[in-house]
Ligand binder design. Structure first.
Ligand code: UTP
Length: 288
C-alpha cells in the first residue's frame, strides 16, 4: 500500500455566499480568530503526514499562495522591534521549500473538475482532499483519522456525518452496504438527492482520501447536480472496483462557507484559546 503524502486543496470557487467580501478576497483567506481557513486545512494535513500540497486556484486567489511565502520585510521588522515570540511562531508555521504546488482551474466547473485539474500532481498516488471551508475541531485531526482508515482498508475513505433527513439535499449521501460503527462500507453515493430519494442520512463532508483511479472517471466530464462536474458521481463509479468506506469521524465540523457556520466557528475556536476565552465568555451572555 502506498503511503499517503499528497493533498489537494480546491480553492477556485467563487464564494458567492460571502459577497461582497469575496469580490477581491478569497473565501479561503477569511480568518477564524486570527488564522485564515486555508492555514487550518494545511496544518491539519501536515499533522496527518502530508508532505506535498496542491492548491487548485483561480482568478483573485494569489493571496492564498503568497500567504505561505516567507515575508522577509515583515520578519526583519519584527526582529528589529524585538517581537521574538511572534517571529518564532510565524517561522514555525513555514512549509518546507518546494512543498506547495498550484494548478489553475480557469472556470469553476465544479469540485470534480477542480480535482481533475490536479491529475498531473496526483499521478499514481493516493491523495487526500481537504475543502478548506469545512473547518474541523477534532482531537485527532480529521485527515489523520482518514489516513488511519485508509491504511486499515487499503482503499477510498470519506469523512461522514449524520444530518437531519430534511438537509440531505445539500450533500453527497451514502448508500450503505454495511454499517460497522466507525467504518461504513458504501455501495453507492448520490449528490444532493431530494429527500424522498435519499438512501440514508449519512453525508460526505469536505475530507477524503481517494485512489488515483478516480481521475479516469472525472475525465469523462459528465455533468451532474447543478450542471457541475461532481466529485460524488466519479466516486460512485469507483465503488464497484475498489474498497470504499465512510468514516464517522470524531470531532466537530463548521461549515465556514455558510455565514452562520462561520460565525459559530469564530466562537468555538476562540473559546478553545486561553488568550481569547475569558473575553468571549464575558461578552457572549449579552447576546442571549
Ligand atoms: P463550494 O461550492 O462550497 O464553494 O465549494 P463556492 O462555490 O466557492 O461557494 P458558494 O457556494 O458560491 O458560496 C467547496 C470547495 O470547492 C472549491 C471551493 O473553492 C471550495 O473550497 N471549488 C468549488 C473549486 O475549487 N472549484 C469549483 O469549480 C467549485
Amino acid at each position: 500500500m502506498k503511503p499517503l503524502k499528497k493533498a489537494v486543496l480546491p480553492v477556485a470557487g467563487l464564494g458567492t455566499r460571502f459577497l461582497p467580501t469575496t469580490k477581491a478576497l478569497a473565501k479561503e483567506m477569511l480568518p477564524v480568530v486570527d488564522k485564515p481557513l486555508i492555514q487550518y486545512a494545511v496544518e491539519e494535513a501536515r499533522a496527518a503526514g502530508i508532505e506535498q500540497f496542491c492548491f487548485i486556484t483561480g482568478r483573485g486567489k494569489t493571496a492564498i499562495v503568497e500567504h505561505f511565502d516567507v515575508a522577509y520585510e515583515l520578519e526583519r521588522t519584527l526582529e528589529e522591534r524585538g517581537k521574538h515570540d511572534v517571529l518564532a511562531s510565524l517561522r514555525s508555521q513555514a512549509l518546507p521549500p518546494g512543498s506547495i504546488n498550484t494548478v489553475r482551474q480557469q472556470v469553476p466547473m465544479g469540485l470534480g473538475h477542480a480535482i481533475w485539474c490536479a491529475r498531473a500532481f496526483i499521478g499514481e498516488d493516493p491523495f487526500a482532499i481537504l475543502l478548506p471551508d469545512d473547518l474541523m475541531l477534532c482531537e485527532t485531526p480529521c485527515t489523520q483519522q482518514l489516513a488511519e482508515a485508509y491504511y486499515e482498508t487499503g482503499g477510498n475513505v470519506v469523512a461522514i456525518e449524520e444530518v437531519p433527513m430534511e438537509r440531505v439535499k445539500n450533500y453527497g449521501v451514502l448508500d450503505i452496504a454495511e454499517d460497522k460503527g466507525k467504518l461504513v462500507s458504501v455501495k453507492g453515493l448520490v449528490e444532493k438527492p431530494p429527500v424522498e430519494y435519499a438512501p440514508s442520512n449519512l453525508t460526505v463532508i469536505g475530507r477524503y482520501v481517494l485512489m488515483p483511479q478516480v481521475i479516469e472517471y472525472l475525465a469523462r466530464m459528465e455533468r451532474g447536480a447543478g450542471g457541475e462536474v461532481q466529485l460524488t458521481d466519479a466516486m460512485a463509479k469507483l465503488i464497484p472496483h475498489q474498497p470504499f468506506h465512510g468514516v464517522r469521524y470524531e470531532g466537530r465540523r463548521f461549515d465556514c462557507g455558510d455565514k452562520a457556520g462561520y460565525l459559530e466557528a469564530q466562537i468555538a475556536f476562540a473559546l478553545k484559546r486561553a488568550d481569547m476565552a475569558p473575553a468571549v465568555r464575558e461578552f457572549l451572555p449579552k447576546y442571549r
